[in-house]
Design a protein around this ligand. Structure first.
Ligand code: ADP
Ligand code: MG
Length: 619
């Protein structure tokens, strides 16, 4: 048959027109598309050669050969796959049968303004060649014995030609005559970079100028016991752009509910903590070893951005756009399955290797805390992985909430915590006294974010998480013990105490919501507590720090006083003798309690008042 000129289908023409005439930001993907087509053809060839006897060029090695001609401005991609007959050339390259282009056209018709820049985010398959080429030649010879070989040629406008082309080897040769803006793609360095970025794991050798470019294996697709530690580490260095070894790795595959293969690494260092700003995600999404979304923002929750590695799923269409990934139900499912598996991995690590988990926690605990506050789906699993210091732990040693619950005496109903800048500061403050008396363990939340985490969690194992600076703290009381304490400390008479707290409230005015007699204090004269259930002093401190202009009014605070403390008893007497000075003392007690709560007071007025009190003391 002689040379025949044929028209593209109208849909194809529309698509080609857009491909040729718009400005693309990610033109590099054209090569990914061509290589993935070649890999598909090779895969099919491998399959056919198992089933069939009569195959043209049966012993030719399966592979992809790429060459460039910088002078002639051409790029050539050759594969030894199953090739195309004349009819297949017409059907496959002349009509729009494939997924990527269809989705792209649909998306375009939905966008009123016909935002063609969208194209960069789509794989439009074979047609992507026209983003960089002014003429595309496809020479193909099918594996079927009786095929003669044909050449398909088009400049991407309305039509293409097909004619017989004898003397071809099995497979397909694509010759791209690059357009003036695309001469860069005739440079070996450029082509090499793109192959490495997108096609490093293609399971057939890709040679460029005779040299194999894809030297790294897609380890995730191999069985675990076929892989040596050293290979894992080398792979980590490749995908994680790392120089050291990972702290831990997780390699698994699943078939139900989805086909997923994942290989994830926990690095040794936390770049965010080293002050390098917010990390980009480090896990990329592949479909059958071809990159779909590098450093994907959607395939894992944001709080897992410290992980490096690969997730591969055959169920995701190669040509999916990045926008479509965002609200793709499959992606959401993969995200959930992989995150759940990773949390299981951490749980197992914590059980098996205390020291390693402690190291992980020290480095990446902040991300789990972020997850606990932002990821509702996995909140309960994350809660079990959190670690804190507590009144029962040695300094620097950490406990889990589960351990805490295990140690709880029967009389204790809630889980208690208190925030402070350091263990020493917490233990010197007034908030621990009641817990020491009851012999209740209390968790020290030493990081600013901790109270937000606990307030988000609300409870653990059915037990409420309660901050020890809450006004309505309801510790079970030991009746006898209470009597003893009352007698020993000789508290103020009820009426005197009532009148004293009322007068103190008048003295402090708006600075407190209420002044009350404390049931919890043992050694300290006074304490600041929060009547507003969910806000702790630590949370308040952080929120105020973020609005430095004092925009936030202080939330309600109560001052509780210890009516068995000599200072408070003395105050009751001083009030009668020298009310003005007694008021000064009240203000100072309030400021001291605020400081112990970690809440700022105005230092100038405080210091000035303090000197007045000292002057009185030395008189
Ligand atoms: P898709 O790969 O999504 O099917 P493409 O536009 O990339 O869409 O390719 C269209 C079709 O052309 C392919 O499905 C395949 O049948 C055929 N094709 C493209 N490149 C090759 C090749 N190198 N060898 C054999 N067939 C090919
Ligand atoms: Mg394709």
């Amino acid at each position: 048959m002689s040379k025949e000129t044929m028209e593209f289908q109208s849909e194809t023409r529309k698509l080609l027109d857009i491909v040729i005439h718009s400005l693309y930001t990610e033109r590099d993907i054209f090569l990914r598309e061509l290589i993935s087509n070649a890999a598909d053809a090779l895969e099919k060839m491998r399959h056919e050669s198992i089933l069939k006897k009569d195959i043209f060029d049966k012993d030719v090695e399966l592979g992809i050969n790429i060459s460039v001609d910088e002078k002639a401005h051409t790029l050539t991609v050759v594969d030894t796959g199953l090739g195309m007959t004349r009819d297949e050339l017409v059907a496959n390259l002349g009509t729009i049968a494939h997924s990527g282009s269809k989705t792209f056209l649909n998306e375009l018709s939905e966008h009123e303004q016909k935002d063609t820049s969208l194209i960069g985010q789509f794989g439009v398959g074979f047609y992507a060649a026209f983003m960089v080429a002014k003429l595309v030649r496809v020479q193909s010879r099918s594996y079927q014995m009786d095929d003669k070989g044909h050449e398909w040629v088009s400049d991407g406008t309305g039509s293409y030609t097909v004619e017989e082309c004898p003397g071809l080897h099995r497979g397909t040769k694509l010759i791209l005559e690059l357009n003036d803006d695309s001469h860069d793609y005739a440079k070996e360095d450029t082509v090499k970079r793109i192959i490495k970025q997108y096609s490093s794991f293609v399971p057939f050798p890709i040679k460029l100028g005779g040299e194999k470019v894809n030297t790294v294996q897609a380890l995730w697709a191999k069985g675990k016991n076929e892989i040596k530690d050293e290979e894992y580490n080398d792979f980590y260095k490749f995908v994680g752009a790392a120089y050291d070894e990972p702290l831990s790795r997780l390699h698994f595959s699943a078939d139900v509910p989805l086909s997923i293969k994942a290989l994830l690494f926990i690095p040794k260092t936390n770049m965010e903590r080293m002050g390098l700003g917010r990390m980009d995600p480090g896990v990329s999404l592949y479909c059958q070893k071809i990159l779909i979304d590098q450093h994907s923002k959607t395939i894992l929750p944001e709080w897992l951005r410290f992980l490096k590695g690969v997730i591969d799923s055959e169920d995701i269409p190669l040509n999916i756009s990045r926008q479509a990934l965002q609200d793709n139900a499959l992606v959401t499912k993969i995200n959930k399955v992989v995150t759940t598996r990773f949390l299981k991995h951490l749980t197992a690590l914590a059980k098996k290797d205390d020291d390693k988990y402690a190291e992980f926690w020290k480095t990446f605990g902040m991300f789990l805390k972020e997850g606990a506050t932002s990821d509702f789906t996995h909140r309960d699993a994350i809660a079990k992985l959190l670690r804190f210091e507590s009144s029962a732990s040695e300094s620097g040693k950490l406990i889990s909430l589960a351990e805490y619950v295990e140690r709880m005496p029967e009389s204790q109903k809630d889980i208690y915590y208190i925030n402070g800048p350091s263990r020493e500061a917490v233990e010197a403050g007034p908030y621990l006294e009641a817990f020491k008396k009851q012999n209740f363990e209390i968790i020290y939340t030493l990081e600013p974010i901790d109270d937000f985490v606990f307030s988000h969690l609300g409870e653990f194992d059915g037990k409420k998480l309660v901050s020890a600076d809450r006004a309505d703290l309801d510790l079970p009381e030991d009746k006898e013990d209470k009597k003893e304490v009352e007698e020993a400390a000789e508290k103020l008479d009820k009426n005197i105490a009532a009148s004293l707290t009322k007068w103190m409230k008048e003295t402090l005015g708006d600075r407190v919501k209420d002044v009350a007699e404390s049931k919890r204090l043992v050694d300290s004269p006074a304490i600041i507590v929060n009547p507003d259930g969910f806000m702790t002093s630590s949370m308040e401190r952080i929120m105020r720090a973020q609005t430095p202009d004092g925009g936030l009014p202080m939330s309600a605070k109560n001052l509780e006083i210890n009516t068995g403390h000599p200072l408070i008893k003395g105050l009751a007497e001083l009030r009668v003798k020298n009310e003005a000075f007694a008021k000064t003392i009240v203000e100072q007690i309030h400021d001291n309690a605020m400081i112990q709560a970690g809440l700022m007071v105005e230092p100038r007025a405080m210091v000035e008042r303090n000197y007045r009190i000292l002057a009185e003391a030395v008189k």
